[in-house]
Design a protein around this ligand. Structure first.
Ligand SMILES: Nc1nc2c(c(=O)[nH]1)N[C@H]1C(S)=C(S)[C@@H](COP(=O)(O)OP(=O)(O)OC[C@H]3O[C@@H](n4cnc5c(=O)[nH]c(N)nc54)[C@H](O)[C@@H]3O)O[C@H]1N2
Ligand SMILES: Nc1nc2c(c(=O)[nH]1)N[C@H]1C(S)=C(S)[C@@H](COP(=O)(O)OP(=O)(O)OC[C@H]3O[C@@H](n4cnc5c(=O)[nH]c(N)nc54)[C@H](O)[C@@H]3O)O[C@H]1N2
Ligand SMILES: [Mo]
Length: 672
C-alpha cells in the first residue's frame, strides 16, 4: 500500500488535505491529512469514502453517442477519435452557418482545481464562442464585502479560535464548512459564546449557544438594527472609527435612526429584545468574529445585505483585536495567477456574454441571434442545479441543439447529450488547489491511472483545440507544466514569499499572512468604507428581496444537505438512500392546512411544481418551509427544488437568488 497526498477538489470552503491509500491502480482508502492546518486529520462523510466515487460502478468509462430520443439516456459507445471528430465537424458547420457565438460553454466548480476549473476558458475565447458569466454561486457576497473592504484580506478562520464571541451567520457550518468547528470549539473551551443566525434551526443552530431565527432575505435590516443599538448604547469604538473608518457618521445620521429594534423586528421577525441582546453581546465582546456564509446573499438584495453585515465589525473595532474579524470568502483564490490558464486577452472584443443562471431562457429564446446551436457542458450539471428547471429541460430537449457533456457520471444533464465524454476524478489527474474558506494551498498529483478511457478537462481541450485547427503551443503544455507556472506565479500574486519547494512536493502549504493584514485596508481611501462614493448608492441601506412582490404563501428555504454537495455525490446510493425531497413545515401551518406528517404534497409557483413528503417540526417558523439537498432528478418523482426557483438575479454582479422564492403547498392524493 502506498500513501499519496492530494487535496479535495470539491466546491467547498474546506478544501481538505487528503491522504490517499492506493494498492496498484486502486484507491483503497482516503483519510484527512493530520498535517493540513485546516483539515487536521478529519474528513466529511462524503470524502471519507471518496474511493466509492472514484471506483463507482456508475462511472462513465468510454465516449458515448446518443441513440435514443433526447433525454432518454440511451447511448452507445464510440471511440475518442470519433467523438472528437464528430464534435469538430458539427462545430465547424455551426460556425459556418451561424458564427461561433452559436456555441455556448457551460461549466462551474465540479472541480475547484486551478487547471481543470479553467481548462476551457482560453479554448472558447479563441473559438469566439459566447462567453459564460459564472454567477451561479455567491458573487453578491464577495461584492458586498468588496464594496466596504476593497481588496482587504478577509480574516483567517483559525483566528476565530482566539475570539470570545462568534457569529455563524447564514452558514450551515456542520454541513458546508465542518472543519471550522475545530476553531469554534477551541474558542468555546476558552469561554467564547457562539451565536447562529439562520432562517430555520439547522444542526449548526442547535450546536450554537444562541440561535436567532430570521425571516429570509432580511439580514440587512438586522445589521442596521444592531448598529442602531450599538450606537444608541455607546458600544461603538470611536477611536477605531476615527482612525480606520469612512462614512460612519453619515450612516449614523441618515438611515440609522429609522432602524429601531421595533422597526427591525417587523421586517426580520426577530423579536426586538433579541436584537438588543445580540447587539449588547456583540458590542461588549472583546474580539467578535463573524463567519458569514452565502445563504444571506442568495436574494435580490444579496450584495446589499452582505455589504451591511460587513459594516458591523468596523464600528466596534473588531479588527484591532486578536480573534476579532470577519470571514466571508478567504482570498486563497488569489494565490495563483489564473490568467496563466484563462488568458482573458484571448477573448474576442465585443463577444456576447450569457449569464449561466439564464440558461433555460437562453436555450428556449427563439428571438436570440445568433441562436445557441451547441452547448458544451463540463464540471457542472445544470439540468439539476440551475434555476428554472422546466425551461432548462425544454431547452436541452431541442433536437436542433448539439449538446456535448464531459462528465464522470450519467447526470441529469448527461442524459440530454448528443455526445458524452468520460471525465477523470481528481485522483486521476494533476492539479493545484486553493480554498475560499482558508489560506492553505496544495498540489494534487494523480494517484491512480484514469478509470476506463476517461480524460481530464485539460486533456480534452487540448484535443479539441487540435481538431478545431487552433494551432497554439499553449494547448500542448502538460498539467505539470502549468502547475509549475502557477507555483512560480506566487512571486507576484502573494504579498509574502510562499514556500515553493514545499508546494512543489505536494505538501499542504499555508500562505503566509502579513502581521498587520487585518488593519491593512486595501480600499481607495485606505480605510473601511461604510460610505463608498464610487458606487451607487454611496451609503448602504436595506432593500427588500424579490419575493416581496410574489403572491404565494410560503417562503421556500432550500439549503444544503450534508450528504451531498450541490448535485455531486448523488452517485453514491449509501448517501442518497431515504429522506430526500422532504419538506419541513411548522405544525401550526400544517394544522391550518389540514396536513399531516408523511403527507405527499406539491409545492408550486409560477415556475413549476415539485412533489415532497411532508415532515412537521418547530425547527422552522410558520410561513417558512424547508427542503434540503439538490437531488438528481432521476431520484425524484417530479424534479427537485429547482422546479421552483427563479432566474432573477442579485442587486449587483448578477448572482443567483435560489433562496428568494415563494410557493403554495397542496396535498396530493396521487402523484403529480
Ligand atoms: N454538504 C454540503 N456542503 C456544501 C454544499 C452542499 O450542497 N452540501 N455546497 C457547497 C457550495 S457550492 C457552497 S456555495 C457552500 C455554501 O455554503 P454556506 O455558506 O453555508 O451557504 P448556504 O449553504 O447557501 O446557506 C447557509 C445557511 O444559510 C441559511 N440561510 C438562507 N437564507 C438565509 C437568510 O436570508 N439569512 C440567514 N441568516 N440565513 C439564511 C440556510 O438556511 C443555510 O443553513 O457550501 C458548499 N459545501
Ligand atoms: N435549489 C438549489 N439549487 C442550487 C443550490 C441550492 O442551494 N439550491 N446551490 C447552487 C450553488 S451554490 C452552486 S455552486 C451550483 C453548483 O452546481 P453545479 O455546477 O452543477 O455543481 P455540481 O452539482 O456539484 O455538479 C458538478 C458536476 O461536475 C462533475 N465533475 C466533477 N469533476 C469533474 C471534472 O474534473 N471534469 C468534468 N468534466 N466534470 C467533473 C461532477 O460529476 C458533477 O456532476 O448549484 C446551485 N444550485
Ligand atoms: Mo456554490
Amino acid at each position: 500500500m502506498e500513501i499519496k497526498k492530494s487535496a479535495c477538489p470539491y466546491d467547498c470552503p474546506d478544501c481538505c488535505g487528503l491522504l490517499v491509500y492506493t494498492e496498484g491502480d486502486k484507491v483503497v482508502q482516503v483519510k484527512g491529512d493530520p498535517g493540513h492546518s485546516y483539515t487536521r486529520g478529519t474528513l466529511c462523510p462524503k470524502m471519507a469514502r471518496y474511493e466509492r466515487t472514484v471506483h463507482s460502478p456508475a462511472r462513465l468509462t468510454t465516449p458515448l453517442k446518443r441513440i435514443g430520443p433526447k433525454g432518454s439516456g440511451e447511448f452507445a459507445p464510440i471511440s475518442w477519435d470519433t467523438a472528437i471528430a464528430t464534435i469538430a465537424s458539427q462545430w465547424k458547420e455551426i460556425i459556418r452557418k451561424y458564427g461561433a457565438e452559436a456555441i455556448l460553454p457551460y461549466s462551474y466548480a465540479g472541480t475547484m482545481g486551478t487547471i481543470q476549473y479553467s481548462a476551457g476558458h482560453s479554448f472558447f475565447y479563441q473559438l469566439g464562442a459566447t462567453s459564460l458569466d459564472r454567477t451561479i454561486c455567491a458573487p453578491a457576497k464577495s461584492r458586498g464585502y468588496r464594496d466596504v473592504m476593497g481588496g482587504t484580506l478577509p480574516t483567517a478562520p483559525q483566528e476565530a479560535a482566539n475570539s470570545d464571541f462568534i457569529i455563524l451567520w447564514s452558514i450551515s457550518m456542520l454541513a458546508t464548512d465542518i472543519h471550522f468547528r475545530h476553531d469554534v470549539d477551541l474558542a468555546r473551551q476558552n469561554g467564547a459564546q457562539v451565536w447562529c443566525i439562520d432562517t430555520y434551526e439547522t444542526p449548526t443552530a442547535r450546536y450554537a449557544d444562541h440561535f436567532t431565527s430570521i425571516k429570509p432575505g432580511t439580514d440587512g435590516a438586522l445589521a442596521l438594527g444592531l448598529m442602531h443599538v450599538l450606537n444608541r448604547d455607546g458600544l461603538i469604538d470611536e477611536t477605531f472609527i476615527t482612525q480606520y473608518v469612512e462614512g460612519w457618521e453619515e450612516l449614523r445620521d441618515t438611515f440609522l435612526p429609522r432602524y429601531t429594534p421595533a422597526a427591525v423586528s417587523s421586517i426580520t421577525e426577530v423579536p426586538a429584545a433579541a436584537i438588543e441582546e445580540l447587539a449588547h453581546a456583540f458590542g461588549r465582546a472583546r474580539a467578535p468574529f463573524i463567519r458569514l456564509g452565502s445563504g444571506q446573499s442568495r436574494y435580490g438584495n444579496g450584495a446589499m445585505t452582505s455589504r451591511l453585515i460587513t459594516c458591523l465589525p468596523a464600528i466596534t473595532g473588531a479588527y484591532a483585536h486578536v480573534g476579532g474579524g470577519l470571514l466571508t470568502s478567504a482570498s486563497g483564490s488569489h494565490a495563483f495567477d489564473k490568467s496563466i490558464i484563462r488568458r482573458p486577452e484571448k477573448e474576442k472584443k465585443g463577444v456576447r456574454h450569457i449569464n449561466m443562471i439564464k440558461l433555460g431562457q437562453v436555450l428556449t429564446d427563439e428571438t436570440l441571434a445568433p441562436p445557441i446551436k451547441s452547448l458544451y457542458v463540463y464540471s457542472s450539471n445544470p439540468a439539476c442545479t440551475a434555476p428554472e428547471q422546466a425551461l432548462v429541460a425544454q431547452g436541452l430537449s431541442r433536437d436542433d441543439l448539439f449538446t456535448v457533456v464531459h462528465e464522470r457520471f450519467m447526470t441529469d444533464t448527461a442524459r440530454y447529450a448528443d455526445i458524452i465524454l468520460p471525465a477523470t476524478t481528481s485522483l486521476e489527474h494533476d492539479d493545484i488547489y486553493y480554498s475560499y474558506g482558508h489560506y492553505t494551498v496544495q498540489r494534487g498529483n494523480a494517484a491512480i491511472p484514469p478509470i476506463g478511457q476517461s480524460k481530464s478537462n485539460w486533456q480534452v481541450f487540448s484535443l479539441l483545440a487540435k481538431a478545431m485547427n487552433i494551432d497554439d503551443e499553449f494547448f500542448q503544455q502538460s498539467e505539470p507544466d502549468l502547475i509549475e507556472k502557477f507555483i512560480a506565479s506566487t512571486d507576484t500574486t502573494w504579498p509574502l514569499p510562499v514556500d515553493k519547494a514545499k508546494l512543489e512536493s505536494g505538501e499542504p502549504v499555508d500562505l503566509p499572512l502579513p502581521d498587520n493584514y487585518k488593519l491593512d485596508f486595501k480600499t481607495p481611501s485606505g480605510k473601511i468604507e461604510i460610505k463608498n462614493s464610487a458606487i451607487e448608492p454611496a451609503l448602504p441601506d436595506y432593500r427588500p428581496p424579490h419575493y416581496a412582490n410574489d403572491t404565494e404563501t410560503f417562503l421556500l428555504i432550500n439549503s444544503p444537505d450534508p450528504r451531498i454537495l450541490d448535485s455531486s455525490f448523488n452517485e453514491r446510493p449509501e448517501l442518497t438512500r431515504g429522506h430526500i425531497m422532504e419538506l419541513m413545515m411548522h405544525p401550526d401551518d400544517a394544522n391550518r392546512l389540514g396536513l399531516c406528517e408523511g403527507d405527499i404534497v406539491a409545492a408550486s409557483n409560477t415556475q413549476g411544481r415539485a412533489q415532497f413528503t411532508l415532515t412537521l417540526s418547530a425547527r422552522t417558523q410558520p410561513g417558512r418551509v424547508v427542503s434540503e439537498g439538490v437531488w438528481w432528478n432521476t431520484l425524484t418523482k417530479t424534479g427537485n427544488t429547482n422546479q421552483l426557483t427563479h432566474a432573477r438575479t442579485t442587486d449587483k454582479d448578477a448572482g443567483s437568488t435560489f433562496y428568494d422564492v415563494k410557493v403554495n403547498i397542496t396535498k396530493l392524493t396521487g402523484q403529480i
